[in-house]
Design a protein around this ligand. Sequence first.
Ligand code: FES
Ligand SMILES: [Fe+2]
Length: 397
Amino acid sequence: MSDDSLAWLGTAPIPAAPYHDPAWFDLEREAVFRRSWLQLGHVCELPDSGSFIRREIEALNVSLLIVRGRDGEIRAFHNVCTHRGTQLVEEESGRCGTFSCPYHRWSFGTDGALLAAPDFDRFFVDKADCALPRVALDICGGLIFVHLGTPDKGLRDDLGPYATMLDGFPAAQATTFSEYVYEIDANWKLTYDNFQENYHLRFIHPRSGAPAVGEDNPFGYPVKMGFHGPHRTQTIWTNPDPAPKPVQAQSFGRAARFAMADGTAGPHSRDYLALFPNFFILGSPAQPFSHTVWPIDARRSRGVIRLYWKGKDDCASRRYAREYAMASARDIHAEDRDVIEAGQRGLNSGALKHIHFQAQEALCRHLFNAVDERVQAYRAERASATPPPVSRAEAMA
Ligand code: FES
Ligand SMILES: [Fe+2]
């Protein structure tokens, strides 16, 4: 992609503080994470009515309960009993007809309604006003997203043309997945950016990344990039003269054949979608992988990598292809890990006031711009808001 066509993103150095400063991170929590659609799960995790998953968003101190109701609808609630706030569900996932609080046994239906509470007549409230607090939830391409604020747009509107792309990715038809979760001593943007640029491929992945670089494209730069609001996409270059190792050729070849037979090999096999703020997904049918990078604090994050599959791995050949795809995703990630953490240590020292992105690291610059725009808007909003009253007496006056 030509450098000139990316100039609209700007060329200025990028301030370093947003990659390590706790005060900036506090702003991001509210400006970005409480105000965006966040990818949290997949419909295949909730196959039946009463199926539920619990998800923690540590950076916001939020615990969510996502449930498929009797009517088949999937809903999200704060995992908080409305009596006195006790966390309702401790299991990570399961199936349940009602959710009963361990403290005083208030029990809630799969639609969040308070069904029963011991000696409820002595309370001063109606059952109807004690439903679990609901959180906006929407689904696209089989993927579950939640929004902790009041979304100004539905998910599909927010994603624009990328919603249709997501519908064509293998994850849209998945019935199961393999998962790999890691923790890393690095800011979420620094971690995420590593997967948004190819500049490092030839240095950090000389072996695993070899099929993605070649004489015509020594850094494996994408052939296309696209931008829609805070979201972005790129199309990975195809090396016309790849030299995969025999094991790679065999395993990915098998995975591709299974994907053709399953009907999950769509038109987006080289496409990569980076959905704001912290999710990306690759359309490759042989390695259909998604990655969500959750902030823990300013300098630590947690990644959730998933490979999505259709049908059971009911033969050795299919199982081998899936295991290989997962092992190679882990390998590539392990290769990246040390340099990401070394980058964070350098930034934590405060030695740099700025960092730099070149033209072909445009996806990283676009993420920074999108975050910065939201943080500045949030700051302006706070500055113009009337300060809250300081005491109850003052509030009553
Ligand atoms: S806190 Fe849940 S029933 Fe009392
Ligand atoms: Fe890498």
